[in-house]
Write a protein that binds this ligand. Structure first.
Ligand code: 13P
Length: 334
C-alpha cells in the first residue's frame, strides 16, 4: 500500500512554487484534428514530434511542475531514446497520464454525458505506475445547457472511484469536473452549475474515503459563456465569483486547485488567474493552472510542422507559461 504522505508531497509539488501543469493529453482524435487545422499531417510521428517540442523547451521546468500525456505519448520515445515519462522526470517535470476513455451520452438525458474508463482501470494504473506516472487525470464534462442531476451524480461517482483507485496505486488523481465554457450563458449560471458540480463531487470523494490532501482539483473558472455578448467579464468579477464558489465547496485539506483554460485565450486566462490570486487572501489552497490550449495553441501554430520553426514554437510556449506562472503570485499577507 503506498504511503499517503507521498501522495500529499506529489500533490503539493504539482501546485507550488509558482508552477502549474501543462495539459498536453489531447486524445489521438483531438490532436489529429488540431494538427490538420494547422495543415500538419496527423501522423503518429507528427504527434510525437509536437509533444517532444513542448516537453523539451529549455527551462520549461521553471514554470511547469507536471505534464499530462495521453496513452500514445506515454509509450513513445524522445529523440534521446528515453520514454516520455522518463525524459520528463530528467527534465524536472512530473509525468501524468489521462486515464479516462472519453464520454458517452447519458441515457435519458438531453445532451448530458458520462465519462467512461473504469473498466480495467486498476490494471492500467498499475502499468502506468510502473512506467513512471506520478499523477493521473479524469475529466467529467458537465453540460451547462443540461446539468442533469443523475448524470452529475454518475460522473461524481466515477470521479470518486477513479480517485480512490489512483491513490491505491500511489498515483495522485487530478479530479476534473469541467463545466463547459462554450455557450451564451450568464456568469451567474456558470456559478450555479459549478457550485452544484463541486458539491456533489466532494460529497462522493468523501463517501469513497479519498484522501483529499493527495488530490489536485481541476475546475473551470466562473465566467460567462464564450459566446455571451458580455464576455469576457473583467478579471475582478471572474475572481470574485470563482473564489465565492470555491470557498463554499472545496475543503481546506485539498492542497491545490489548478484551473483549466476551457477555450479562453492565454492573456485572458492568465488575467483571470492573476485576479483570483490577488483576491485569494487566506484561501487555504494553492491556486494555479493546468491549461491546455491557453499554453500550447500559439506554439502549435508557430511550429506548423516545420523542423526549422521548433525554436520559435518553444519560445511561444515558454512565454505563455511564464505569463501563467506570474499569475500564480499571491500578495504577501501583512
Ligand atoms: P484546456 O485548458 O484547453 O481547456 O484543456 C485543459 C484540459 O486538460 C481539459 O481536460
Amino acid at each position: 500500500m503506498p504511503n499517503p504522505a507521498d501522495l500529499t508531497v506529489v500533490a503539493s509539488a504539482l501546485v507550488s512554487d509558482e508552477r502549474g501543469i501543462l495539459a498536453a493529453d489531447e486524445s489521438v482524435a483531438t490532436m489529429s484534428t488540431r494538427l490538420a487545422a494547422e495543415r500538419i499531417t496527423p501522423t503518429e510521428s507528427n504527434r510525437r514530434d509536437y509533444r517532444e517540442l513542448l516537453l523539451t523547451a529549455e527551462g520549461l521546468d521553471e514554470t511547469v511542475s507536471g505534464v499530462i500525456l495521453c496513452d500514445e505519448t506515454f509509450r513513445q520515445e524522445l529523440s534521446t531514446g528515453e520514454m516520455f515519462p522518463v525524459g520528463a522526470r530528467r527534465l524536472g517535470i512530473l509525468p501524468g497520464i489521462k486515464v479516462d476513455t472519453g464520454t458517452q451520452a447519458f441515457e435519458g438525458a438531453a445532451t448530458a454525458t458520462v465519462t467512461t474508463g473504469l473498466d480495467g482501470l486498476g490494471d492500467r494504473l498499475a502499468e502506468y505506475a510502473s512506467l513512471g506516472a506520478a499523477f493521473a487525470k479524469w475529466r467529467a464534462v458537465i453540460d451547462i445547457a443540461d446539468p442533469d442531476d443523475r448524470a452529475l451524480a454518475s460522473n461524481a461517482e466515477a470521479l470518486a472511484e477513479y480517485a480512490a483507485l489512483c491513490q491505491q496505486h500511489g498515483i495522485v488523481p487530478i479530479v476534473e469536473p469541467e463545466v463547459l465554457c462554450s455557450g451564451t450563458h450568464e456568469l451567474s449560471t456558470c456559478a450555479d452549475v459549478t457550485r452544484m458540480a463541486l458539491t456533489v463531487v466532494f460529497d462522493r470523494l468523501q463517501d469513497r474515503g479519498v484522501d483529499l490532501s493527495g488530490i489536485v482539483l481541476k475546475p473551470n473558472m466562473v465566467t460567462p459563456g464564450l459566446d455571451n455578448d458580455d464576455a469576457p467579464a473583467p478579471p475582478v468579477v471572474v475572481a470574485g465569483a470563482t473564489l465565492a464558489v470555491l470557498r463554499e465547496t472545496v475543503p481546506s485539506e485539498v492542497p491545490g486547485i489548478a484551473f483549466l483554460s476551457g477555450g479562453h485565450p492565454n492573456r485572458e486566462a492568465c488575467q483571470n488567474l492573476a485576479g483570483i490570486n490577488q483576491d485569494a487572501g487566506d484561501a487555504p489552497w494553492q491556486l494555479t493552472y493546468s491549461f491546455g490550449r491557453a499554453l500550447v495553441s500559439d506554439a502549435l501554430h508557430a511550429w506548423a510542422g516545420a523542423p526549422g520553426f521548433v525554436g520559435a514554437a518553444q519560445t511561444r510556449l515558454l512565454n505563455n507559461c511564464r505569463r501563467a506562472s506570474a499569475a500564480t503570485r499571491r500578495p504577501v499577507a501583512v
